[in-house]
Design a protein around this ligand. Structure first.
Ligand SMILES: [Zn+2]
Ligand SMILES: [Zn+2]
Length: 762
């Protein structure tokens, strides 16, 4: 995932790109052609808010952040194809963002409508549903989000709900991300049932997942935002109630245990299954965003309807039997109080009732989704302009492709005022209608930054193309992304939007694949002393401090060693020191064995060290290639380096050092390549990934028992077939044994091959 360039890179960036670089190096050396690009998600609120605070143009602060990111990526030695680098705020990029917008507009997938939208009062802009957190606050600034009625631009992502759901089965993503997307799309099967208000002659369709409980519907509730509420009852009390509900967030209104409130509307609707007139209410526990903004209330079988009925003294009529007689009851059972359906199991009655309603024209089977269309317009300055001209005569007119990009104008004041700051650029706003030539006005809202990042991976494939957003053959050659790496916080935002764009572009024949990211890896967070790092807590770890003190290799290798990269990891200064020491030990081993004359001329017998080297090759290959287990891969190289230090005179020591360098290269590329060249005179990145010799792996290990004067002092895992001499040497070097030999005279050494070494001392 491309970074959002703000300030300096933080430790999460180091982790993300260290993982990606290890994977890229590994696959390059296993013979694959690897595209490992970098770009910057450069538009958006943080840069703009920073600009407002400091008076600096957002372009300047963004570009200085980009320069800092670029410099540090170079320092870290991340192997990026810099020829493909771009920022999404550059006209050469957003020209094509606008071009894609127009393609979506042509197909009715981008449209404008008046809607109740989420409004962040602090950022003074609308937000997509995905940008409002579960507690009803703004994803960016934490302010409580309000609802406002405004005309806005939307992408018709709901057209793709089923495909976005079904195709999750075709990609290898972490289950937790798949589950979040499934829940966000929120497909539920049920029925649409029509309740009629005879007095006013209005039909109210409602969506219900429980048509089997229709006979238990004893009242009917509209959301306060429902456009008909005042038509039904224009009293002061109702107006007051609507105004109060508008000040509350959806999360507050829906909160469990919140006392139910509402106002009777003095009207009734007909329950279509039994012809009963049931009273209508307006109540804030019903939300406009879900279903149709109206519900049939079944207090015997729904918790919230039950609370409301108790509060307002409404009839609670059981229609599904259960043994314990509890109410409300949400389980299954035989039907009661349901006319001809009595005695039928409720699951059966579900279908039977829907069929019956359908034949009467009062309902039909229906599927409902939680997913709503993506609200993409923002009343902010620092974003991609929407390429539309408003003309009094022609309406909403797209800017012709040849006039793209519509460049972001310079304005003196980009502070948000509830309307887009672009509106102040009067010369820019005033333009000619591309269709009739009469005076027109440019659209002044900008696009949500998530639009910029919904297609950037396509541009990487053909980044220098000036004629088109991409060449389909080139993009089809690379895509989909084989391995995508990033944080889980994007589960329903970027990762949903990018899938939608990909499907829409595939439908237009512009690309030949349905999913952008075949495999996804979500990295864990880096914490400090168990706490989330944040500037306000003052517990952040700046990568540049550590790179300066320990070197980029130690910082990179440490962040990959501290635990499985999918898990959260706690940063420790002691830990990075340990990794830095390990790298120094590897370098010292190389310096000590750099004399080529030490190379055995004849193939030497396999030794413990040689077997250890092959074991490490096998282990790192599996850990890195199969399970992203960078921590155990690095630990394996550490073991090999320990073995090298135990056997400085081994005939295979140069091979072992070169192998350790080759294996550590994906994690610590500077030192890895240096040591490898010292040992072999060759460049490690041009070398194929080492292959373990199965013959040297086949040897099992055994536990070598080490005694001093017949007393057990250590047990050491050594390969089967270790020679008598090697057994003795390994035993002698055990720190636990050394302590007992120190300063004593060795009288005799007993070696039992494959079993034991006993030192007899005086
Ligand atoms: Zn906000
Ligand atoms: Zn016109």
């Amino acid at each position: 995932m491309l970074p959002y360039p703000s300030g300096e890179p933080h430790i999460g960036h180091l982790k993300n790109y260290a993982i990606g670089d290890a994977i890229a190096h590994f696959h390059r050396r296993t013979g694959r052609c690897v595209l490992h690009p970098m770009g910057y998600d450069a538009f958006g609120l943080p840069a703009e808010n920073h600009a407002i605070k400091t008076g600096q143009h957002p372009r300047n602060s963004t570009e200085s952040a980009i320069a800092s990111f670029r410099r540090q990526f170079h320092e870290w030695g991340i192997s990026i194809d810099w020829d493909r680098e771009f920022g999404t705020h550059e006209p050469r990029y957003y020209r094509w963002t606008q071009w894609i917008f127009l393609r979506l507009f042509e197909r009715g997938l981008a449209y404008r409508k008046d809607a109740a939208v989420n409004w962040c009062p602090k950022d003074a802009t609308v937000l997509a549903n995905e940008q409002v957190l579960a507690d009803g606050t703004c994803e960016r600034c934490g302010t409580l989000v309000e609802v406002r009625q405004l005309e806005q631009w939307f992408f018709r992502i709901t057209d793709y709900a089923d495909r976005l759901l079904d195709d999750l089965a075709t990609i290898e993503w972490p289950q937790k991300v798949v589950t979040q997307q499934e829940h966000w799309i929120g497909r539920s099967e049920g029925a649409e049932v029509v309740f009629r208000c005879e007095e006013l002659g209005i039909d109210y369709p409602v969506f219900t997942t429980r048509p089997d409980t229709l006979f238990g519907a004893t009242f009917f509730v509209l959301a306060p935002e429902h456009p008909d509420v005042l038509k039904l009852n224009d009293s002061e009390e109702v107006r007051h109630y609507i105004a109060r509900a508008a000040r509350e967030t959806a999360a507050e209104r829906g909160a469990e245990g919140k006392e139910k409130t509402g106002v009777p509307l003095g009207r009734t609707v007909t329950n279509p299954v039994n012809g009963e007139q049931i009273p209508m209410y307006v109540a804030d526990y019903v939300l406009m965003e879900y279903g149709t903004g109206a519900i049939m209330a079944v207090p015997a079988h729904d918790e919230r309807d039950h609370e409301f009925a108790e509060r307002f003294g409404l009839e609670i009529r059981r229609v599904i039997e259960d043994e314990d007689g509890e109410l409300p009851y949400a389980g299954d059972g035989p039907m009661v109080n349901s006319g001809r359906f009595d005695g039928m199991h409720n699951r059966e009655a579900f279908r039977a009732i829907v069929e019956w309603l359908e034949s009467d024209g009062k309902g039909r089977p229906a599927i409902n989704y939680r997913l709503r269309d993506w609200l993409l317009s923002r009343q902010r300055y620092w974003g991609c302009p929407i390429p539309i001209v408003h003309c009094d005569r022609c309406g909403t007119v797209p800017v012709p492709d040849e006039d793209l990009p519509v460049e972001l104008p310079e304005v003196a004041d980009y502070a948000p005022k509830g309307r887009s700051p672009l509106a102040a650029a009067e010369d820019w706003v005033a333009t000619e209608c591309p269709r009739c030539g009469e005076p027109g006005r440019r659209e002044t809202d900008t696009m949500d930054t998530f639009v910029d990042s919904s297609w950037y991976f396509l541009r990487y494939c053909d980044a220098a193309n000036d004629e088109a957003a991409w060449d389909r053959a080139v993009v089809d050659g690379w895509m989909p992304v084989d391995q995508y790496i990033g944080g889980i916080e994007h589960a329903i935002l970027h990762l949903m939007y990018a899938r939608f764009f990909t499907k829409a572009l595939a439908d237009m024949g512009l690309i030949g694949f349905q999913e952008p990211f075949a495999r996804l890896f979500t990295q864990g967070m880096v914490t400090r002393d168990g706490e989330k790092m944040s500037k306000s807590k003052g517990n952040t770890v700046s990568p540049s401090d550590y790179v300066e003190r320990y070197g980029a290799d130690a910082a990179r290798a440490y962040i990959l060693f501290v635990g499985h990269p999918a898990d959260d990891a706690d940063w420790s200064d002691q830990g990075i020191t340990g990794v830095a020491n390990f790298l120094s030990r590897l370098y010292r081993a190389a310096a000590a064995s750099s004399d080529p004359a030490a190379e055995p001329t004849d193939p030497a017998e396999p030794t413990v060290l040689l077997r250890k080297a092959h074991w490490a090759i096998d282990k790192v290959t599996r850990d890195l290639g199969e399970r992203f287990a960078t921590h155990t891969a690095i630990a394996a190289v550490m073991e090999l380096v320990n073995e090298i230090h135990r056997s400085p005179d081994d005939p295979h020591v140069r091979f072992a050092v070169a192998t350790a360098a080759s294996l550590v290269f994906p994690f610590a590329p500077h030192l890895g390549s240096e040591v490898y060249e010292l040992m072999t005179g060759r460049r490690v990145w041009e070398e194929p990934w080492p292959q373990a010799d199965p013959a040297l792996l086949a040897a099992d290990t055994f536990q070598l028992v080490v005694q001093v004067n017949g007393k057990l002092r250590d047990r050491i895992e050594v390969p089967t077939g270790t020679s008598r001499e090697d057994q003795e040497r390994i035993a002698r070097q055990s720190p636990k044994v050394e302590a007992h030999l120190d300063g004593k005279e060795l009288a005799k050494t007993v070696v039992v091959p494959g079993k034991l070494v006993n030192f007899v001392v005086r």
